[in-house]
Ligand binder design. Structure first.
Ligand code: SF4
Length: 362
C-alpha cells in the first residue's frame, strides 16, 4: 500500500477500507497524518472556529449492576454512598447551571435495576415542566438496551417514549471499544457492540441527535481501534439523508487511577500525548461522514487539547460544571468559560460557543 495514494483517497472523502485505515494508522508519519487531518477539518468546517459549550453533568444514580472494571463511579445497591438524585438536588443544580449561562444537562448514571422506563420518563417530564428551555442530553445505548430488555420493548419503543418525555439527544456513552472481545473482558454485563450500534441505528431513524465516543488505551489492539471507527462510519452512512445521525465523535483515553482493571488485572492506561494526537488525526481521516471531531480537554488537558485542534479536531467540548465519572478515575482538568476560550485563542483559533447540535449560540 502506498501512503500518498491513501492520503489522496482520504482527501477526496472516499471511504478507506479497514486495511487501508490500519495501514495509515500504523505507518504514516505523525506530521503527515496531522497535515491531512487538518485539511479535512477545513473540508468539514471551513474557517478558523473551534467550538465549546457549557453544560452540567448530573448523575441520575451511582447504583449499577454492570460493574465495568474501568469504572470507579458505580456502587452496589446498599452501599453507604449509593444514591439516586432527588428532585430537590436537580432543582439546585439546574438553577446553578442557568445562573452560569448554561441550559443543558448531561444526565448519566448507572443501570440501577430498581429503575424502569417510567422512572426516566417521569423524571424527564418533570424536569421539562419545571424548566421548559432545558435541554436533556441523557442516558446512552447501554441504558436504552437495558430498558428495552427490562420492559420487553424495541429500541425504537424505548427511545420514542424517552423522546416524548423530553429527551433531546443521546450521548454516545458506553461505546468504549466496539469489539466484543474487549467488552467481554471490560464490561461483560453491558450492551454488546451490535446492541450499541442497534440503539444508535434506531436513534438515527427517529432523527434523535447522537454523538459517538471511544475510550481507548487499555486492552484493545490497533485493529480494534480502527474497527471501532469503521463501524461508526458505516452506521453513519446508513442514516436517512437529512437526519442528524452522529453529530460528533469524541475519543478519550482510559483513566486508570483506582480502577479494578488496574488494581486486579494490572492494566494501566497506555495513554501518551502522541497516541492521542494520532487518534484524533486518524479519526478525522477515517470518519469521512462525521462533521465534528471533539478533543476531550477534561481528560487530556490544555496542551494536548490545543494540539488536537491542529490535528483535525474542531471542538474542545464542555466546561462541564460537574463531572463525576472521569474525575473519579483521576482526571483533574477543570476550566471555566473564560479559560476555555483562552485555550482556544492560544491555540490560534476563534472560540465559538455552541449547543449540543453544534449550532453556534449568539
Ligand atoms: S461505566 Fe457505566 S455501565 Fe459500567 S459500571 Fe460504570 S456506571 Fe455502570
Amino acid at each position: 500500500m502506498n501512503l500518498n495514494h491513501l492520503y489522496d483517497k482520504a482527501s477526496e472523502l472516499i471511504p478507506l477500507t479497514s486495511e487501508e485505515a490500519l495501514f495509515l494508522y500504523k505507518n504514516a508519519p505523525l506530521g503527515e497524518l496531522i497535515f491531512i487531518a487538518g485539511k479535512l477539518r477545513q473540508v468539514h468546517n471551513q474557517g478558523n472556529n473551534a467550538g465549546w459549550m457549557i453544560d452540567r453533568n448530573v448523575n441520575i444514580t451511582n447504583i449499577c449492576f454492570s460493574q465495568c472494571s474501568f469504572c470507579n463511579f458505580c456502587r452496589k445497591k446498599g452501599s453507604s454512598d449509593a444514591y439516586i438524585t432527588t428532585n430537590e438536588e436537580y432543582k439546585q443544580k439546574i438553577d446553578e447551571l442557568y445562573s452560569l449561562g448554561g441550559d443543558q444537562l448531561l444526565l448519566q448514571g448507572g443501570m440501577n435495576p430498581a429503575l424502569g422506563l417510567s422512572f426516566y420518563t417521569d423524571l424527564f417530564s418533570h424536569l421539562k415542566e419545571q424548566y421548559p428551555s432545558l435541554k436533556l442530553h441523557a442516558l446512552g445505548p447501554p441504558e436504552v438496551a437495558y430498558l428495552a430488555k427490562k420492559e420487553n420493548l424495541s429500541f425504537n419503543g424505548v427511545l420514542t417514549r424517552l423522546m416524548n418525555a423530553g429527551l433531546d439527544s443521546l450521548p454516545g456513552a458506553g461505546a468504549e471499544i466496539l469489539s466484543d472481545r474487549v467488552r467481554r473482558i471490560l464490561s461483560p454485563a453491558k450492551a454488546t457492540s451490535e446492541e450499541w450500534l442497534g440503539v444508535m441505528r434506531a436513534a438515527h431513524i427517529l432523527n434523535l441527535p447522537t454523538s459517538a465516543t471511544m475510550m481507548f488505551g487499555h486492552i484493545e489492539i490497533a485493529e480494534e481501534r480502527i474497527g471501532h471507527l469503521i463501524k461508526l462510519r458505516d452506521l453513519q452512512s446508513e442514516k436517512p439523508e437529512n437526519n442528524y445521525g452522529f453529530i460528533t465523535f469524541v475519543p478519550w483515553p482510559f483513566q486508570d487511577e483506582g480502577t479494578e482493571l488496574l488494581k486486579k488485572q494490572g492494566i494501566s492506561s497506555t495513554y501518551t500525548a502522541t497516541d492521542y494526537i494520532r487518534m484524533i488525526a486518524i479519526s478525522r481521516i477515517v470518519l469521512n461522514n462525521i462533521r465534528n471531531i471533539q478533543a476531550s480537554i477534561l481528560t487530556v488537558g490544555k496542551e494536548i487539547a490545543m494540539l488536537s485542534l491542529h490535528a483535525g479536531a474542531n471542538d474542545l467540548g464542555s466546561i462541564m460544571i460537574e463531572e463525576n465519572v472521569v474525575s473519579a478515575a483521576g482526571s483533574s482538568n477543570r476550566f471555566n468559560a473564560n479559560e476555555m476560550q483562552d485555550v482556544i485563542r492560544e491555540a490560534g483559533f476563534v472560540p465559538v460557543r455552541r449547543n449540543q447540535k453544534y449550532e453556534p449560540i449568539k
